[in-house]
Design a protein around this ligand. Structure first.
Ligand code: FES
Length: 120
């Protein structure tokens, strides 16, 4: 009977990796021209630009800190406008800059989920 073969280079699981960014935020900025609901028509790009400036102004941008990106449709159009924060995988909706301010102050700065804006 042979001993089981042990892999010489075991596969590293995703849970074992450190995230490059502490918080990686993706804003859906998808814009549709056919009148269908989309985040782009509800300020997706403007709110992404707004949060990106806030993060940069607070010197919270960069590796080990935050990154704010635009994304195409995230396929939750009827719940938008929306953004998602990784690696936590927390989804938010928002109405205006005050909601973005709250996500910035609580989630990105303090690591606390803004439950009133969270999508389940
Ligand atoms: S348009 Fe934003 S999730 Fe589809």
């Amino acid at each position: 009977m042979h001993a089981p073969i042990q892999p010489s280079n075991p596969i590293k699981t995703a849970e074992m990796t450190d995230p490059y960014y502490k918080h990686h935020v993706f804003f859906c900025t998808n814009q549709r021209d056919d009148g269908a609901r989309c985040c782009g028509a509800s300020g997706g790009q403007q709110m992404r630009d707004y949060l990106k400036k806030k993060v940069k102004h607070a010197n919270l941008n960069g590796p080990g800190k935050c990154r704010i990106n635009s994304a195409g449709c995230l396929d939750r159009c009827n719940e938008g406008p929306l953004l998602v924060v990784y690696p936590e995988g927390v989804w938010y909706t928002y109405v205006d800059e005050s909601d973005i301010d709250e996500i910035f102050d609580l989630h990105l700065k303090q690591g606390r989920i803004v439950e009133r804006l969270q999508l389940k």
